[in-house]
Design a protein around this ligand. Structure first.
Ligand code: GUN
Length: 296
């Protein structure tokens, strides 16, 4: 039987509708959520992501501003800007789009963002809070993965989740979220990575498989069991002469083959992508609420 296709677009729309009502309510109390995006250089994927984020903010009535700096911006200049934005009361959230040019130490920049404005959830303080089960901001893509599972009726509770990929942005925080003794989590988690011998030995045991390796179609149908639920976080460009752009986007899994075997699977695009942006809006609204409560 062909799998159910989990539409991130539809789930994201549902969450955004809930959020829109919340933003309107906050505004009547004089709370105006705002977020600033900083992009350095013209990386095409980053241009597209930041445009998507600012559009989503606009649609929800959230104030947003995008600051674009040239590729050769000195690290200190970016750090100074972050410190200035940390103090700007217009912005409840400060987000620096990654990747940054090679001459800039990304960790140094992420560490400079005020943890209370770190709507990406990348600051070590927020990473630590997530790990101990007391999150301040959940990182957007991992939180989106959890919401997709829960809202599609595939709660990870009591399930064996296999995460492929150990990045700080996806794999590790997904693990930190799903191992918590909490509703919508409480899973048994296995993580496989480039150091794993015989990866398919583990992936075949997955009730839920989360692919976050950043490599096109490396998870093939023979690597998963019948009835698996697959969340594909990968966004890879592969050449496609039939497209005007010359490329198309594919995930880390072989979607066409796996969908014949899986219970449910997310498509690329239209799966995790729209969720990431939506969870950023959730964090921005949360930041506005938290900062306003603190002022009182
Ligand atoms: N680059 C790719 N994903 C992300 C993200 O979630 N946040 C930021 N800041 N940069 C990214």
């Amino acid at each position: 039987m062909a799998a159910e296709i989990i539409s991130g677009t539809a789930v994201a729309e549902q969450i955004r509708a809930e959020l829109k009502v919340k933003v309107q309510g906050l505004k009547t109390k004089g709370i105006n959520p705002g977020v600033v995006f900083v992009r350095v250089g013209e990386d095409p994927a980053s241009v597209s992501y930041v445009t998507g984020k600012s559009k989503a903010a606009e649609e929800l009535g959230i104030l947003s501003e995008t600051i674009v700096l040239p590729e050769d911006t000195p690290e200190q200049k970016l750090l100074d800007l972050v410190l200035k934005l940390n103090k700007d009361p217009k912005f409840n959230g400060v987000l620096v789009q990654l990747p940054l040019p090679k001459h800039i130490d990304a960790d140094k920049v992420l560490n400079a963002i005020e943890p209370e404005k770190d709507v990406d959830g990348f600051h070590p303080v927020n990473v630590g809070r997530l790990l101990i089960g007391d999150p301040y901001f959940m990182p957007c893509t991992p939180h989106g993965v959890q919401e997709l599972l829960v809202r599609s009726g595939n709660s990870p509770e009591g399930k064996h989740v296999v995460i492929c990929g150990r990045s700080n942005i996806v794999g590790k925080p997904v693990m930190a979220i799903l191992i918590q003794k909490q509703k919508g989590a409480n899973a048994t988690v296995t993580m496989v990575h480039t150091g794993t011998k015989d990866m398919s030995k583990y992936t075949r045991q997955a009730d839920i498989l989360i692919a976050a390796m950043g490599k096109a179609k490396v998870i093939t149908a023979d690597m998963v069991k019948e009835g698996v639920v697959v969340i594909d976080v990968g966004v890879n460009r592969i050449p496609d002469a039939t497209k005007k752009s010359g490329f198309r986007l594919v995930g880390d899994t072989d979607f066409e083959a796996i969908k014949e075997k899986a219970k449910a699977i997310t498509p690329v695009p239209g799966g995790v992508g729209p969720m990431t942006i939506t969870m950023l809006m959730v964090n921005t609204v949360r930041a506005a609420e938290q900062q306003s409560a603190k002022k009182k």
